[in-house]
Design a protein around this ligand. Structure first.
Ligand code: FMN
Length: 333
């Protein structure tokens, strides 16, 4: 089982932190679909310390989401530690995670995110100072290295462990790869064999069977799922069930998908107001519609909508169309 510090997860399936996605609206859905641990989107240490309202609102945790991990990023020890202290004292998150994988130049130029991967000593120093300053367990999410010539995953994970980090999540790509190529699970396995703290494997788990394969081949303590859960929280539920008893739960019907899509939208509206939520929902709606015949046409329409009512009417009339087609097909057989 996956245990981080003294926090025990009820299963090994972890929702990956995803900026612009993992706010309470989606995290709660992931939790309802059974995720053992949900991770929040990254928040800037400096923005927290400047009292930036948007960033502070990103630290909100609903009781129902727990256990939950809040992720911060930064490039300097003083601000990182101060932000971690703020999260420690002022939020009900269970875990403080440090981002050491973000590949975006805006972040790495500030010596944050994946930039750390080049320097195990810095990792040790930053993590040790953070662990020292807070009560909550501190974890790190990293990529395997900066580029194929600088893969220090084992050294970096050892540095996290020596510094008192409670777990490490490893995305099997380098910074230079961004999201290209294939995640290297062999390096994740090497990390698992090199440290005694829990290791969570991440990268390219797209099906429940792949989750099983990652656990079996690398020996990791948990599997972290990102993109495969976008618009598809059923993936989390199916994976949990498959890991538990080897059975594959049925795919959801179009109506079930749209019902959850609307729950997601309604929660976003509560969080951010209708205007922002409907715009933010455009990308999610496209993900929920993926794989539905004719979904592209509906997605294009939704991209121009600004009200909940328009989104709901269009999605449900599309579902009715699909259901009528299914009835026609089954009566033709
Ligand atoms: C839209 C998006 C946003 C992301 N934001 C974050 C983030 O805030 N923090 C982080 O550590 N990783 C972030 N990631 C990386 C994911 O957590 C994960 O490592 C990556 O997607 C690989 O896992 P997957 O193959 O299951 O998607 C993000 C990924 C995506 C697709």
């Amino acid at each position: 089982m996956l245990k981080i510090g003294n926090i025990e997860m009820k299963n090994q399936v972890v929702l990956a932190p995803m900026a612009g996605v993992c706010n309470p609206a989606f995290r709660l859905i992931a939790k309802e679909f059974g995720a053992g641990l949900v991770c929040a989107e990254m928040v800037s240490d400096k923005a927290i310390l400047h009292g930036n309202q948007k960033s502070l609102s990103m630290l909100y945790v609903d009781e129902r989401e727990k256990p939950l991990s809040l992720q911060i990023f930064g490039g300097e020890k003083e601000t990182l530690v101060e932000a971690a202290k703020f999260v420690d004292k002022n939020t009900n998150a269970d875990i403080i995670d440090i981002n050491m994988g973000c590949p975006v130049p805006k972040i790495t130029k500030c010596d944050a995110g994946a930039r750390w991967l080049l320097d195990p000593n810095k990792i040790y120093e930053m993590v040790a100072a953070t662990v020292e300053a807070v009560d909550k367990p501190v974890t790190v999410k990293m990529r395997i290295g900066w580029d194929s010539d600088h893969i220090y995953a084992v050294e970096n994970a050892r540095a996290v462990e020596r510094a008192g980090g409670s777990a490490v999540a490893v995305h099997g790509r380098t910074r230079v790869q961004m999201y290209e190529g294939v995640a290297d699970w062999n390096i994740i396995k090497e990390v698992k064999e090199s440290v005694n703290i829990p290791v969570i494997g991440n990268g390219d788990v797209t099906t429940p069977q792949e989750a099983r394969r990652m656990l079996d081949e690398t020996g990791v303590d948990g599997v972290m799922i990102g993109r495969a859960a976008l618009g598809n929280p059923w993936m989390l539920y199916q994976t949990i069930q498959y890991l538990e008893n080897g059975t594959l739960a049925e795919e959801p019907s179009p109506r079930e998908k749209i019902d959850v899509c609307m729950v997601h939208l309604d929660r976003l509206i509560k969080l951010k107001g209708e205007n922002v939520a409907v715009r933010e929902m455009r990308k999610h709606a496209a993900w929920y519609l993926k794989g539905m015949r004719g979904g592209g046409r509906v997605r294009d329409k939704i991209n121009s909508f600004e009200s909940r009512a328009d989104v709901a009417t269009t999605l449900y009339s599309f579902v009715e169309e699909l259901e009528a087609q299914m009835v026609e097909q089954s009566s033709a057989v």
